[in-house]
Design a protein around this ligand. Sequence first.
Ligand SMILES: [Zn+2]
Length: 419
Amino acid sequence: MHDHRRLGRELDLFDTDPLMGAGLPYWLPDGAVVRHTLEEYVREAERAAGYRHVYSPVLGKRELYEISGHWAHYSDDMFPPMRLGAEEVVLRPSLCPHHALIYRSRSHSYRELPLRMAELGGMYRSELSGVLGGLTRVRSIQLNDAHIFCTLEQAVQEARAALQLIARAYADLGIRAARHRLSLPGEAGREGAGGGKYVADPGLWRRATALLREVLDSSGIPYEEAEGEAAFYGPKIDVQITDPAGREATLSTVQIDFHQPERFDLHYIGPDGAKHRPVMVHRSIIGSVERVVAHLIEQHGGAFPAWLAPVQLLILPVSQAQLSAAEKLLRRALDQGLRAELAGPEHGSLGARIRAARLVPYQAVIGEREAEADGDLVAVRLRDGRRPGAVPGAELLARIAARVAARGPELWDAVVDAV
Ligand SMILES: [Zn+2]
C-alpha cells in the first residue's frame, strides 16, 4: 500500500520543515516538475474550453469576507485577521470573492456570457496542527478554480461541461472517480435558520439543488446525496476519490450559486437593456494541486504517467565507449522538449542503474552493438518490464513525444513483442 507522505519524501517530491511550519509543504525539483506540468495541463484545457485566466491576491480585507458570508459562516476555518493601521486583512479562504469583484469591476452585456474566469491560486485554511500531514491536510492550498458568470438558462450546460472536463482530466491522469456526490446542507440550511453553517435562504437551496440534480441526471452520472456536506452558500457536486486505505476525499467540485451574485450585487445588461442577475458556477477540475499530487503518488506508486513523470527518458550507455552516442541522444531528447537524463557507467553496473530508475517510464540502453549500428539504435526498456527491442534513437523520441502529447497512463502504442 502506498502512502504519499513516505513516497513523497523517498522520491524527493516534497517535504516539510518545522521552521516553515506544519501543513506548509515545499516542493522539491522533481515534485515541482509534476506540479508545473499539471498546472500547464489545466490551463491549456481551460483555454481550449473558453476560459480566460486572471491573477488575484491571496489577501483581502475583512469587509470582503463579511460581504461574501465567509465571516459569518466560515470563520472557524480562516486565519485570524492581520491588523494594518486601521485595516484588517485576511488570508483568503477561497477565490470566489476576488473573482466576484473582478467581474463587478467592468460592466457586462449578455453577449459576453457565459464569462468563464479561471485562476490557479493560493488559499488558506487554519487547520489545527494535530491533523496536518503530507499534502492532504495543509494550511496553504493551490486551487485549480474557476467561476462562470452566466444566465440561469446557461447554468446547467456550463456545469455539465465542467463535469466533462473533469472526466477527461481523470482519464489523462489515469485516476478514477470513486463516486459522485450531491452534497446538501444539514438541518440548519434545510430549515433556513440564520447564522450557523449555512446561509439562510430556503428558496436558494431548493433552486440550486434542483439544477444540480438536472446536471447529474442529464449527464447520466449515478450519484448519491449526502446531507451536511454542502458549501455554506449552496449545494455542490463533489467528485470523490479514495486512497489505498479506502478513505474518501473530495477532489473536484461543481456548484451552482445564487448567493454570491446577490451578495456582491452582480449584474449584466440583458437584451432588454435592463440589469439582470447572473448565476455563478464554481468549479474545480483537479481540485488542489496538493491533493491531486498526493492522489497521483498513491494511485501510481510514484510511477506517474509519462507526460507527468519528472524524468521521462533515461539514457544508459553500457560502457564509456558509448558515451558520445548517449550524449548525442540526450541532446536530441532535450531539444525536443523531453525530460531526459543520462546515467553513465560511473553510476554503477547497468543492472544497478536500471533498478535505480525503476520509476522512469522509458530507458534507452546503448551497448556496443547499438552504437555501431547504422541509424544509431537503442535498446528500449519500459518501466512496466516490456522490452520493445532495438529502434533508431529518432524513432524512440518520436514515439515518446507522441505518447506524452496523447497523455493517459499508456506507455507504448504498438503491440510489442516481449524479448
Ligand atoms: Zn468559488
